[in-house]
Design a protein around this ligand. Structure first.
Ligand code: APR
Length: 242
């Protein structure tokens, strides 16, 4: 496929690659995405998932929120796939500067990536809403129902819920990386959720690559579109990561 050859050349030539990804990067690790046919948002619940993982629902119905969160958003046994490994290797080779992700699963760090900007937070960071004490994912998994701190406060995951703002510092760093990118690879995201999806408008180069199974909202903006499974694609292009 000529698109793969073109991407391979751009990867070989560049030492200033930035990656921006979404849930599609983790589906080959067994974590469903949100908007594919078998994605989270197409499964039956009492309320639409976007309603459940919102700030107001968390405040009003913490028990229901945590039941959904534990059953549908925690995948402690998931392991990095070839996409995560390839990106970590490109960083180790000094070619990739940062991974900017909408995912909360921590798989990029588990694969060895060091500069990872988590726009929507992480399931690995949890804190008491009363005293600020930090808790790990394991701590949350050991508790039942609504996790409580030793001080009696409720523990909240450091995950950006609907109606909540993104961390401004992380957003600013993401914009800086994208502005300075030579090659921007966008993968495994439908690009429908803002402000994350709007970040790609800060890219000023002419090597915007979209790697996705389905068409995205921003295909017309891409300089190169590679259609398919990102783990397979990056696993082929970056040796020893397949
Ligand atoms: N390889 C490539 N693309 C894939 C793969 C794969 N293995 N699996 C799924 N995809 C594509 C799908 O075709 C889809 O376009 O990844 C995209 C995933 O899109 P979404 O499910 O919308 O996930 P994402 O874009 O990350 O959603 C953004 O929405 O609800 C919020 O906070 C949530 O971070 C999430 C945000």
């Amino acid at each position: 496929m000529k698109e793969l050859e073109q991407l391979k050349t751009w990867l070989e030539e560049s030492d200033h690659i930035v990656f921006f990804g979404g849930a599609g990067v983790s589906t080959e690790s067994g974590i469903p995405d949100f908007r594919s046919v078998d994605g989270l948002y197409h499964q039956q619940y009492d309320y639409p998932p976007e309603t459940i993982i919102s700030h107001s629902f968390y405040v009003r119905h913490p028990e229901e929120f945590y039941r959904f969160y534990r059953n549908r958003m925690l995948f402690p046994d998931a392991r990095p796939n070839a996409a995560h490994r390839a990106l970590a290797k490109l960083e180790a080779q000094g070619k990739l500067r940062a991974v900017i992700t909408q995912n909360i699963d921590g798989l990029h760090q588990a694969a060895g990536s060091r500069e990872v900007l988590e726009l929507h937070g992480s399931v690995h960071r949890n804190y008491c809403t009363r005293c600020g004490e930090s808790y790990s994912l394991d701590d949350i998994l050991k508790m039942d129902g609504v996790p409580r701190c030793s001080c009696g406060g409720t523990i909240k995951p450091d995950v950006v819920l609907y109606e909540e703002g993104l961390d401004q510092r992380t957003l600013q760093r993401a914009v800086q990386y994208i502005r300075q990118a030579d090659v921007l690879i966008v993968g495994g995201t439908s690009l429908v959720v803002y402000p994350a999806a709007g970040l790609i408008d800060y890219y000023q180069g002419n090597k915007l690559v979209l790697i996705n199974k389905d068409p995205t909202a921003r295909d017309s903006r891409a300089d190169l579109i590679v259609t398919g499974k990102i783990g397979e694609i990056l696993g082929q292009l970056v040796p020893d990561c397949g």
